[in-house]
Design a protein around this ligand. Structure first.
Ligand SMILES: [Zn+2]
Length: 469
């Protein structure tokens, strides 16, 4: 074992720093973007804009206009459901109230320096009523914090407050109603409208750039990487030409997008190998991603034990990681800026924490009886960790450095099965439990439409690519 380690400690020259092979290959590949434009044919037609490969679909129907003539429309049942009814019900309730002929709503916009007492006095409502209103319960506490510009709707009859409607924020409205001598309250929450969108991208320099070109937020790109991070090492494995397609939700209010929702289905093609993931929520409310045949996407180990966003992002091409192929080198080196977080590849127990010869500051984690992982050259450990401590998968255990025999900041990572070094990039990893048998039929039924959507999106992408090339 000692000899094993020694052989690993040979001069760690980092081609990433000295000879940026991948960068050279990636240079000037903007041409790859024209493929996006071609993909744009799928949804728009002539507009060869980088955004053109995105299609926005109605929430109840997913429509894609294929090459401008064949239109395929598929009904889509989604976990979580679409809630037009709820939104309409809220509107109906309000408009029913506001169209009652005998109600003469007085709309007050809160002015600077206003208090509720002042507004009540403007409307000639007695302070006693305000008093009673404020004693109604915790819901009315919001009235103490009214802000200039906020709108209050009053229904006052013969000096008696009958109803008060307060817009708490864009989503929530407080309704106060007279109930005899007292007041009752209820809060109406508008539900966001969910729209399903799709996007595709092809990687020419980095996943983040490809995501940006496809109109995805960095968060969504991270989520995409998280879904496939069990199979694909996003720091070392990504190649020019890798491509992805995803269907995801967008949350809207009054026709305006507020945020992204969940990724519902995605495909990632890495070095010619294609992975697919489908989101499924079981009857107990648990959501996770599965392969189309119901296997879990999760594995006992993540492929990338460093925060890959820090090394393959648009910020530092200098730090492209490289895979060391030299003989006797039993690990993988991730060149990364000093201080980049290092993550535990899997749940386990720390069996070594400390300096280890040429390895410098090193942590070894034992994962059950069979597997162990080693992380070397750290600048620092996570201060909370000690030998014997249990760690969770993805937990930060330390930071990239250059301690020990090392010529530049990098993580040296080793993966062992039954004490034997294995290539962490290719070793077969144990998977999490597949979809439960009792949910299998439901899973297949609910994900069928997602699969056909992916089929359609990806097959037409290929067709468009072929047309261009
Ligand atoms: Zn190494």
């Amino acid at each position: 074992m000692q000899r094993d380690f020694k052989s690993l400690l040979d001069n760690t020259a980092y081609p990433a720093l000295k000879r940026p092979r991948r960068r050279a290959r990636w240079a000037g590949l903007a041409a790859g973007l024209t493929l996006f434009a071609a993909a744009g044919l799928l949804f728009t037609d002539t507009d060869a804009d980088a955004d053109a490969n995105r299609g926005t679909a109605d929430s109840a129907l997913l429509e894609n206009n294929l090459s401008g003539d064949a239109r395929i429309t598929l009904p889509l049942t989604l976990p979580g459901g679409i809630t037009h009814e709820a939104i309409e019900a809220t509107f109906a309730a309000e408009s029913a109230a506001s169209t009652e002929p005998e109600i003469d709503w007085q709309v007050e916009t809160v002015r600077s320096g206003d208090s509720l007492a002042r507004i009540f006095s403007r409307l000639r409502i007695s302070p006693q009523q305000l008093d009673r209103l404020m004693r109604t319960g915790k819901d009315t506490a919001i009235l103490k914090r009214i802000m200039p510009g906020q709108t209050l709707k009053f229904d006052v009859q013969d000096g008696e407050l009958q109803q008060l409607v307060v817009e708490i924020d864009r989503l929530n409205t407080l309704h106060i109603q007279r109930e005899g001598e007292d007041f009752g309250t209820r809060t109406a929450t508008r539900e966001l409208e969910t729209r399903i969108t799709n996007a595709s991208g092809k990687i020419s320099s980095s996943l983040f750039l490809a995501g940006m070109d496809a109109g995805l937020s960095d968060n969504l790109v991270m989520e995409l990487a998280g879904i496939f991070g069990w199979d694909v090492d996003f720091a070392l494995d990504i190649r020019e030409g890798d491509h992805f397609t995803l269907l995801y939700e967008e949350k809207y209010l009054d026709g305006e997008k507020l945020r992204d929702g969940d990724i519902l289905a995605a495909e990632f093609s890495n070095r010619g190998k294609t992975y697919r993931a489908l989101r499924y929520t079981d009857a107990s409310g648990r959501s996770d991603y599965y392969t189309p045949d119901g296997k879990s996407m999760r594995k006992a180990f993540i492929r990338t034990p460093v925060d890959f966003a820090r090394i393959s992002s648009r910020f530092g091409k200098r730090y492209h990681p490289t895979l060391k192929k030299r003989k006797n080198h039993h690990g993988v080196d991730y060149a990364a800026p000093r201080g980049t977080p290092i993550k535990a590849a899997g749940d386990g127990k720390i069996v070594h924490l400390g300096r280890k010869g040429g390895y410098g500051k090193t942590i070894i984690i034992q994962h059950g009886g069979k597997y162990s992982t080693l992380y070397a050259h750290m600048s620092n450990y996570n201060r909370k960790l000690r030998r014997g401590a249990r760690v969770k998968q993805g937990q930060t255990i330390g930071y990239v450095g250059s301690t020990g025999r090392s010529t530049g900041p990098h993580l040296h990572y080793e993966f062992r099965v039954n004490g034997v070094h294995r290539n962490p990039l290719t070793v077969k990893l144990p998977t999490a439990a597949p979809i439960q048998a009792k949910y299998r039929a439901d899973f297949l039924a609910k994900t069928r439409v997602l699969v056909s959507q992916l089929d359609m999106l990806t097959s037409t992408t290929v067709a468009a690519n072929e047309h261009v090339e």
